[in-house]
Design a protein. Structure first.
Length: 451
């Protein structure tokens, strides 16, 4: 056996081992080259087989008849750009006259099989130009966020999409969002990524965790206000409404509507105000929203109506005042009472992890896309963290957040604890941080103290 044969066998064995154990490494070393050659060589025949070609123009047919030449072949879309990435390939195609972006989207599954890729998605960049993203392996099986992400104020990278791109939670573009997920679906990990991404930013975090604070209170050093029961949550939401009204008074006083001021400088929200007087934006995270909507007595019903009314007011009016809602829960349906559907209508962003019933998926995506509803109820139980993310435009993606332990999130919040703003309106709800040297408090009279 020659040295070349031995080297070839070793290379093939290494490629097979990498493809099995480390698909990302395999793609960067071997897969990207093989896939590029496969796509470029098969491109014309695959497009023809998938029905993505158009007949040649009449002048070319006439010229072929006059010159007694063969009839020209049908023409596929032009490749305007071909770019390999860390997860796949990106093709930017120029459509021929008579072609539509929907034709490419409808043929995505056939393109995936023909080019031997793991996944193919497409989107229309502009009229006549379609971007096709191909993934070479399952990027959601072991999520690895890229080292460099496009970070902007109030824009947090929280997950990875199935096409290899980063999924951002952009509060300037999508002010309010709803996140659903059953027990052990990965909803808490998604929430931790969100808090960890917001911690380094100039933003006030407000939490409502009716599970006695077990999810959010470990992150308390970065929170300006926290509530762990419905009674405190009602008072906290009323304080947020009062803050919103005060911010609107500030905006109105600083609008500077005079004939000498250009239109672009007229203030309509906090982002139009000068930096020195701009109020700090507030992100309100509500964990287990159903606990705020349930009631068992007349007094609890009055409290429930007060809470839902405050949430609806913040969802309708809070965006310009820099108050953004992040509503999370295991269950979200019309049976939670009046006002829930009205609240849902104001939550533009929708994220659904694995849910236990179709009704919750319908509340998340029923008014957006039936395909997203079907995708949400088909998430298997063993793939924790996998979710469907969409918005009111009808577009949706499969995403998965990288695993972040509670300790990692706590360390991030503690590291940026100095960025926690003190808001006068929310001072009564500022979490009290107990030092580790103090004796623990028993949960009941009979519970022994732990040494």
């Amino acid at each position: 056996m020659t040295a070349f044969t031995v080297a070839l066998v070793l290379v093939v064995a290494a490629a097979g081992l990498l493809r099995w154990r480390r698909p990302a490494w395999y793609w960067m070393t071997f897969g990207v080259t093989l896939a590029s050659l496969r796509v470029l060589v098969r491109y014309s025949s695959v497009m023809d087989a998938c029905g993505l070609t158009v007949p040649p123009p009449r002048w070319r047919l006439a010229l072929a008849r006059v010159t007694n030449r063969p009839v020209p072949d049908s023409r596929p879309p032009r490749i305007l750009r071909f770019r390999p990435t860390r997860t796949g390939l990106v093709l930017r195609l120029g459509l021929r006259p008579g072609q539509d972006a929907f034709d490419v989207a409808a043929a995505s599954d056939r393109l995936r099989h023909s080019f031997s890729m793991y996944g193919v998605t497409s989107r229309e960049v502009r009229s006549g130009v379609v971007e096709v993203r191909m993934t070479g392996y399952d990027v959601l099986k072991r999520v690895q966020m890229p080292a460099k992400v496009d970070t902007r104020p109030m824009r947090v990278p929280v997950a990875l999409r199935e096409d290899g791109s980063v999924h951002y939670r952009d509060y300037r573009a999508v002010p309010h969002a709803l996140t659903l997920g059953a027990t052990e679906s990965g909803k808490s990990v998604y929430q931790r990524n969100l808090v960890a991404g917001l911690a380094p930013m100039e933003v006030a975090l407000v939490g409502i965790d009716c599970k006695q604070g077990v999810e959010l209170f470990p992150l308390a050093r970065r929170f300006s206000a926290l509530a762990d029961n419905p009674d405190t949550a009602a008072d906290l939401l009323d304080a947020l409404v009062s803050r919103m009204e005060g911010v609107y008074q500030l905006i109105r006083a600083e609008q500077r509507i005079t004939s000498a001021v250009p239109d672009a400088e007229i203030a309509a929200d906090i982002w139009d105000l000068p930096d020195d007087i701009r109020p700090v934006p507030v992100v309100v995270l509500v964990d287990e929203v159903a606990e705020l909507a349930l009631f068992a007595s007349k007094e609890e019903e009055k409290r429930r109506d007060r809470i839902i009314t405050a949430l609806v007011r913040l969802a309708q009016l809070g965006r310009a005042a820099g108050i953004y809602l992040e509503i999370c829960g295991q269950r979200f349906g019309s049976e939670l009472g009046k006002g829930i559907t009205m609240l849902r209508a104001q939550l533009t962003g929708r994220t659904a992890h694995r849910v236990n019933d179709e009704t919750s998926a319908n509340m998340a995506f029923g008014d957006i896309s039936p395909d997203a509803v079907l995708a949400a109820i088909q998430i298997p139980a063993e793939t924790r963290g996998l979710a469907i993310a969409g918005d009111s435009t009808g577009g949706w993606h499969r995403i998965r957040a990288p695993h972040t332990s509670l300790r990692q999130a706590v360390n991030t919040c503690n590291r940026h604890a100095d960025r926690t703003p003190a808001l006068p309106e929310l001072a009564p709800f500022r979490p009290e941080l107990v030092s580790s040297s103090e004796a623990p408090v028993p949960l009941s009279k009979t519970a022994p103290l732990m040494a």
